[in-house]
Every structure is written in structure tokens, then in C-alpha cells.
Design a protein around this ligand. Structure first.
Ligand SMILES: Nc1ncnc2c1ncn2[C@@H]1O[C@H](COP(=O)(O)OP(=O)(O)OP(=O)(O)O)[C@@H](O)[C@H]1O
Length: 250
């Protein structure tokens, strides 16, 4: 469980986050949605410590992360897996080396244990035997899966994902969403996903917070969203004629 309490973040005189509180539970896909510039990525970065909040607390399983110094944060950082928008693989490393990278940095495993773990993670994302390929030889969807394999290599308690579907076709997007969903449930991970993708919202949105102009304007599940009377959320989710028509059928 991650709890955020009254998070503010200001850049210069631009107050981007204006007092956001929420609880993200283990075993759930916690989605942060909102229009461009609403502060989603800034919030994600405040939670993982890539930005320091101007005010407010981030609490990982009861421990106040915001109060900790760099050294004190290390054990929690080791429990965090991250999947970035562009998968952020190292181009000069093979798939296997990419997955072993966090293990080389943070684990005490022997070489053969690390290889076993890399093979297990590759199997888990359905990329068995792709060990020796380089990122340039992979499709966008495969790169995401390698990114996921790397993110789960350290058996994270917390998984942060920024736009998992960017650059993917709709079918591959669903495969990636399903994979994140399966892993979240199987390993009881507290997963926090920033997304624009309405298929993800409706498909795997166990818990959704909607940001509008730096505030939490709505919170609920994918089942609640179709029936919301929140004007900003409606304008955001049902922006197109197609989604409006689909809504009538819900
Ligand atoms: N490092 C930074 N320095 C200054 N301003 C920043 C910084 N990071 C973000 N901002 C500002 O914070 C605001 C919110 O940006 P953020 O990237 O969090 O929005 P977002 O909701 O993730 O948008 P998008 O969906 O377009 O990625 C923007 O006005 C942006 O210019």
C-alpha cells in the first residue's frame, strides 16, 4: 500500500500539484488519468522520489518516504520496479543483459542465479529464448515486455508505469495491459499507472484517480466511470462521438 497525503509541487511560480491525497492498494491497478499538463507524470515522479514534493507526504507500507534521506530510501527503492514510456532499454545490451542490469546493481545473486532469474522473467512475459537479441531487433510490444521483465526482476512490491501503451497498436496494448494486470494480481504488487488510454481505463482500472488542473477531481473504479456526473471527467473520457455512443450501451 502506498499513501500520498496532500501533495503539492511547484516549479517556479507554476503550482502543478495542489494538494493530492490517495491510497494505492496492493494487488490493484491504480490508474492516474487526466488531460495533458494536469500533473500526472509530476505526481508519479513525486511518489518515486524523482521529484521532491513541495509539501505533503508519500508513505510506502507505513514508512514515510518523504522524511528519509538518500541512504534511508535505498531499501524502498530496491522494492520499486519502473517501466518508462519508451521502455528505456540499453541499446548496447542484449535482452538478457538488460534484465540482469538491476540484479547486477542491487542483488547479491551469483551469475547463474541472475541468469535463472532473467530466464524466469523472460518466460513470464512470453519471450523465452529471446535472450541474445538486442533492443533494435525487437518490436515496440516486445520492448515493452522486456521492460516489464526488467521491472519485475527484483520482485518489486511496487510497480510504476508511465504510459504503457504509447506507440503500441490497440491489440498489443491490450496484451501489455493484461500482462501488467496478471503480474499485479499474482505477486500482489501495488501498481501505479499513468495513462491516457481509455481501453486501459475501462479494461484494468481497479482504482482510478482523475487529475484536473493539479487537483484530484474524481476517484473511483472503471465500473463507476460510465455513470459519473463529474463534468470534467465526462468531457475527458467521453470526448469523441464514438465513446459517447459506446457509453449509451453501458
Ligand atoms: N521539471 C519541470 N520543470 C518545470 N516545469 C515542469 C517540470 N515538469 C513538469 N512541469 C510542468 O508541470 C505541468 C504538468 O506536467 P506533467 O508532465 O506532470 O503533466 P501530464 O499530466 O503528465 O501531461 P502529459 O499527459 O502531456 O504527459 C506542465 O505545465 C509542465 O510544464
Amino acid at each position: 500500500m502506498i499513501e500520498i497525503q496532500d501533495i503539492f509541487k511547484t516549479f517556479g511560480d507554476n503550482e502543478v500539484l495542489k494538494g493530492i491525497s490517495a491510497k494505492f492498494e496492493a494487488g490493484k491497478n491504480n490508474l492516474i488519468i487526466g488531460g495533458s499538463g494536469s500533473g500526472k507524470t509530476t505526481l508519479l515522479k513525486c511518489i518515486v522520489g524523482l521529484h521532491e514534493p513541495t509539501k505533503g507526504k508519500v508513505i510506502f507500507s507505513g514508512e514515510d518516504f518523504t522524511e528519509m534521506d538518500f541512504e534511508q530510501r535505498v531499501p524502498i527503492r530496491k522494492e520499486i520496479g519502473m517501466l518508462f514510456q519508451n521502455s528505456a532499454l540499453f541499446d548496447s545490451m542484449t535482452v538478457e543483459e538488460n534484465i540482469m542490469f538491476p540484479l547486477n546493481l542491487f542483488s547479491e545473486m551469483s551469475k547463474s542465479e541472475k541468469l535463472d532469474r532473467a530466464n524466469f522473467c523472460l518466460g513470464r512475459v512470453n519471450l523465452k529464448d529471446k535472450n541474445k537479441l538486442y533492443p533494435a531487433e525487437l518490436s515496440g510490444g516486445m520492448k515493452k515486455r522486456v521492460g516489464i521483465a526488467r521491472a519485475i526482476a527484483m520482485e518489486p512490491k511496487y510497480l510504476f508505469v508511465d504510459e504503457p501503451n504509447s506507440g503500441l497498436d490497440p491489440k498489443t496494448s491490450i496484451v501489455i495491459d493484461e500482462l501488467i494486470n496478471e503480474l499485479t494480481q499474482e505477486y500482489k504488487i501495488t501498481t501505479v499507472i499513468v495513462t491516457h488510454d481509455m481501453n486501459s481505463v475501462m479494461g484494468i482500472g481497479d482504482h482510478i484517480i482523475f487529475l484536473h488542473q493539479g487537483k484530484k477531481a474524481w476517484e473511483g473504479t472503471n465500473k463507476d466511470i460510465a455513470h459519473t456526473d463529474n463534468q470534467e471527467l465526462n468531457d475527458f473520457v467521453f470526448a469523441s462521438k464514438f465513446t459517447q455512443a459506446a457509453r449509451e450501451k453501458l
